[in-house]
Each structure stands twice: as structure tokens, then as C-alpha cells.
Design a protein. Structure first.
Length: 119
């Protein structure tokens, strides 16, 4: 594979993933004053995971489209970049749900990483 052709798709995917994250926070704009989201905004771990997800999204492009990057348009990579984090979070949440057991008792404060992944 010629990596010189990878820059535009990678940057387009990166932009798509960043747009998805902005859209997520825009949807939460009315809940940002609650203690749960207030703590999440201040969590370094949450922002580290979010940044890693946005930055790693172009790697998904390399793996998924490595043999046919030239067959796609930038809008395809933008959509892939926006959807990759959502698909990844859903897959992790589904895997975790299949391994969890029901617990009785008070609700325990969740860790920022669990909130990001929807666990």
C-alpha cells in the first residue's frame, strides 16, 4: 500500500470522529450542570480515552480500507470517522453486558471510562 494516499482519508476520518464527539456533547448540553457530567468534564481519564478514540479512528481506516482507499470519496471517510467510535463503544458495551451479572444494592458511582463506553 502506498501511504502517501492515506493522509487525506486519515485526516477526513479524524475530522469525522471529532465531529461525532462534538455532536455528542451538543446533545448533552442541557445535562452539563448535573454532578455526573460536571465530574466527567473534569476527568482527565475521560478526555484521554476520548482523544485516543478520535486519534485512533484513522487506524481503523487503514485496516478496513487498506486495499481500496482510492475507491472511496472523502465523504465516505468522514462518515466512517464519525461512526467508528460509535460502533466501537457499542461493541464494547455489548461484550461487557454479556459478561455482567445483576447486582442488588445501592448504585455505585461509575468510573469515567465506564461512562464513555456506556457500561
Amino acid at each position: 500500500m502506498d501511504f502517501s494516499n492515506f493522509y487525506v482519508p486519515a485526516l477526513t476520518c479524524l475530522f469525522g470522529a471529532a465531529l461525532q464527539e462534538l455532536s455528542h456533547w451538543y446533545q448533552l448540553r442541557t445535562k452539563l450542570q448535573t454532578s455526573e457530567y460536571n465530574e466527567l468534564i473534569k476527568s482527565n481519564i475521560y478526555w484521554l480515552v476520548t482523544t485516543l478514540m478520535v486519534v485512533v479512528t484513522p487506524v481503523g481506516v487503514l485496516v478496513w480500507f487498506s486495499d481500496s482507499i482510492s475507491n472511496f470519496k472523502p465523504r465516505d471517510f468522514l462518515l466512517f470517522g464519525a461512526s467508528f467510535p460509535l460502533v466501537f463503544k457499542s461493541a464494547v458495551a455489548a461484550a461487557a453486558a454479556s459478561q455482567s451479572t445483576m447486582k442488588l444494592g445501592p448504585k455505585i458511582k461509575t468510573a469515567p471510562i465506564k461512562t464513555y463506553l456506556g457500561l
